[in-house]
Design a protein. Structure first.
Length: 236
């Protein structure tokens, strides 16, 4: 286990349940009664396709309302917040990297990266954007339309857009999913370095067990259960 991480319950969820209700009123549960905690450092959620990993990430980040249970992020009960307070809290403290990137295809890489900061009326550091573009090996693409980039390049733009806002908590859904092994490792190391800065917490969903094992803590989701362990093998 990487000793750079200190676990201090930055995210706590208990008795967590989520069901989706279809048009005819039928409720389909994805999971129920789950417990989750994460502190500073890097935590992975892994498990088979369709088991509910993305749904869990959405519930923990406040993007999806929970059907049951409680979620605290940085000590704030996000399950109790109204839409306005939740949006403000998320904008201030949380970054989310979507599996589908959610870039504006016609806008340049640079403009996509600074868009959320501009919308929030926050100062944009050109130096920080340039630094991240270099670190994520996207030099020379600043002015390219985001839609003209490869999937892997767009994935890195989406990561930069999240990190440049310097959130306390980053949720990333398959952040290396579109990348070859070498680039995936590079991106993973950048995220891990961010996670090990003081007061930062990164939660990733990944199918890549090789990367999950390099995290400070791993949750395996399967058959409605969520089991956490440190990669050193200590069960919790
Ligand atoms: N908005 C939604 N409405 C209805 N059902 C949904 C919705 N979002 C997810 N689901 C269902 O919830 C279940 C879990 O989906 P989810 O995307 O969370 O799984 P996952 O483990 O992240 O899958 P993958 O690894 O393939 O991305 C699936 O059966 C999915 O169809």
């Amino acid at each position: 286990m990487d000793t750079g991480a200190q676990y201090n319950n930055m995210i706590v969820a208990d008795n967590l349940g989520k069901s989706f209700v279809s048009g005819d009123g039928t409720s389909t549960p994805v999971f129920s009664g789950l417990a989750f905690t994460a502190g500073s450092g890097m935590t992975a959620i892994t498990g088979p396709s369709g088991c509910g990993k993305s749904t869990l990430l959405y519930c923990l980040s406040g993007l999806e309302p929970v059907s049951q249970g409680n979620v605290w992020v940085l000590g704030e009960a996000i399950h109790e917040k109204d839409q306005r307070d939740l949006a403000l809290f998320r904008r201030t403290h949380i970054g989310f990297v979507f599996q589908a990137y959610n870039l504006v295809p016609s806008m340049s890489v640079w403009d996509n990266i600074q868009l959320p900061l501009n919308l929030a009326g926050r100062k944009v550091s050109s130096e920080r954007i340039s630094e991240l573009i270099t670190r994520f090996r996207l030099n020379g693409h600043d002015g390219d339309a985001a839609g003209s980039l490869s999937g892997g390049e767009q994935q890195r733009v989406a990561l930069i857009r999240t990190l440049v806002a310097d959130p306390d908590v980053v949720f990333a859904d398959e952040p290396t999913g579109a990348l070859d092994q070498r680039t995936g490792q590079l991106v993973f190391e950048e995220l891990k370095a961010f996670a090990h800065r003081p007061g930062k917490c990164v939660i990733i969903v990944t199918h890549d067990w090789r990367l999950a094992k390099l995290c400070d803590f791993v949750y395996i989701m399967q058959d409605g259960n969520l089991n956490g362990s440190a990669p050193s093998g200590v069960q919790v």
